[in-house]
Design a protein around this ligand. Structure first.
Ligand SMILES: [Ca+2]
Ligand SMILES: [Ca+2]
Ligand SMILES: [Ca+2]
Length: 133
């Protein structure tokens, strides 16, 4: 976390405050809209099943030819970095189980207080790191 703080500080030094604020604002809006999208029952928390639904939906969208594997071309077309990280063995192919286990890991990372659900606060802290804005 300190590293990130340092990066943010150095960005602030070289970027005029108003530009920086605008960037952060846009990112925050994106993160919040992602949260709303994943929290389908609008409970204010993301349940494991909800992140799974999100993962499946995104997987199916990225898997253009519907063969159950996201290959190199599909990966490049898919702009969400959350999928490229799922390719553990770097063979430029992501299978559904690979993707599912990656999202389970994201969930565990985000659930900082380990209560089995991800609050908006937990989400806004980790999602930008996971998505690597
Ligand atoms: Ca929910
Ligand atoms: Ca495919
Ligand atoms: Ca939690």
């Amino acid at each position: 976390m300190n590293k990130i703080l340092m990066i943010i500080c150095s960005i602030m030094l070289i970027t005029p405050g108003y530009v920086f604020a605008a960037i952060v604002d846009t990112q925050m809006q994106q993160v919040k809209s992602d949260f709303k999208q994943i929290d389908t029952d609008k409970s204010g928390f993301i349940a494991p099943a909800e992140i799974q639904t999100y993962q499946e939906k995104n997987f199916n969208e990225a898997d253009k030819d519907k063969n159950g594997i996201i290959d190199k071309n599909e990966l490049n077309a898919d702009k969400s970095k959350v999928f490229s990280k799922a390719d553990r063995n770097k063979d430029q192919k992501i299978t559904k189980p690979e993707s599912a286990s990656q999202f389970k890991q994201y969930f565990d990372q985000m659930d900082a207080n380990k209560d089995g659900k991800v609050s908006e606060e937990e989400f806004t802290q980790y999602w930008p790191i996971i998505k690597k804005f």
